[in-house]
Design a protein around this ligand. Structure first.
Ligand SMILES: N[C@@H](CCC(=O)N[C@@H](CS)C(=O)NCC(=O)O)C(=O)O
Length: 333
């Protein structure tokens, strides 16, 4: 019997009935040196021979697996000292489609999908909707009754029906929950925070959508209709509402201060030591406040550096290119 640990990849937070879909294989050989790039796959084969019989493994039997283990050729991650050391993926059985509205909060989901494409080879589809006089087009209501973006739909590549993750089969809404689903279904640990950062990550996910986004919404709701007025008139109305908007703008300062203080050398991300769901969620608030001039970068150097770092990621830039515009000042008007 070979000294292997085999763990089933969660599917929507659950262990799959059969562990033949995604399998993580972790040889219990922590003392071996980290394989060099050139020899990784050879060493992996010698540690985990192909077609390893699993019938003697109690942990697998208890999961109902009577299968033989197949090591698949597309080795995706090899990190000998990490918890998910050897990762092998069977073909993707759920293909997500992002229904993406340009100039919108959906950008963070598109960015996340691009990260998954690059890091986990995930296939996804994109349907872009253009804002019409600032609003989402009515076609989006055919996907979900509220017609707001982001919406994620799922397609099964097998005979299995698509799961009902929220209310309707194969349809998800709410950016924060879509991101969490993407992480659980496809992330394979990519965005899992360190144990001690779990609550921090959850906290900042909530903070992003409840405190940060809500405070920004007050301003955007007042300012957006004004910017659609003819130039002379909009300046006049802006002047009239400035006593109110300046209160909301001042209200953002303690939020930025708090975010600034949360970043450190040890925890350079809102999710902790590495990029995670909280960072995707906070990105929306920072994108919109920067673009609309509510954020003074010179006063919050760590927050500014974090923002520049995420905007420089290849995946973020790829999302900008394919997302049909991300102008949060004019929303394309
Ligand atoms: N609570 C939703 C909000 C979605 C939302 O309001 N999306 C805006 C774009 S930022 C939208 O679709 N607006 C178009 C409209 O209301 O017509 C989420 O977090 O995903």
């Amino acid at each position: 019997m070979h000294d292997l640990t085999v763990v089933a990849q969660r599917s929507q937070g659950q262990l799959p009935k059969e562990v033949s879909k995604y399998i993580v294989i972790r040889p219990r050989l922590p003392s071996l040196p980290r394989p060099s790039q050139a020899t990784r796959s050879q060493q992996l084969e010698s540690w985990c021979p192909l077609q390893e019989p699993l019938s003697g493994d109690e942990s697998l039997r208890s999961m109902g697996c009577q299968h033989q283990l197949h090591l698949l050729p597309d080795i995706m991650t090899i990190e000998p000292r990490s918890s998910a050391a050897y990762l092998h993926k069977m073909p993707q059985t759920l293909i997500p489609t992002l229904h993406h509205l340009n100039h919108s909060t959906s950008h963070r989901c598109l960015w996340a999908l691009e990260e998954l494409k690059q890091a986990r080879n995930i296939e996804y589809k994109l349907v872009c909707y253009e804002r019409q006089t600032g609003q989402a087009p009515s076609e989006l209501k055919r996907v979900f009754p509220l017609g707001k973006s982001p919406i994620l739909t799922l397609e099964s590549t097998t005979d299995e029906p698509v799961p009902t993750v929220q209310v309707f089969p194969g349809v998800l809404t709410e950016g924060q929950l879509i991101l969490r689903f993407l992480s659980d279904e496809y992330g394979q640990g990519l965005w899992d925070p360190a144990k001690e950062d779990k609550n921090r990550d959850l906290f900042f996910q909530g903070f992003a959508v409840m405190t940060l986004a809500t405070s920004i919404n007050h301003l955007v709701i007042i300012e957006s209709p004004i910017s659609a007025l003819p130039v002379g008139l909009s300046s006049l109305v802006n002047l009239m509402v400035s006593p109110i908007t300046s209160i909301f703008k001042r209200g953002l300062t303690p939020i930025f201060e708090f975010l600034e203080d949360a970043l450190s050398q040890d925890k350079p991300f809102f999710s902790g030591s590495k990029l995670g769901l909280a960072d995707f969620d906070i990105s929306w608030g920072m994108d919109i406040t920067s673009q609309r001039g509510y954020f003074d970068a010179s006063k919050f150097p760590k927050l500014h550096a974090w923002h520049e770092k995420i905007k420089a990621r290849l995946s973020y830039r790829a999302a900008l290119e394919i997302g049909s515009g991300y102008d949060l000042k004019t929303f394309g008007l």
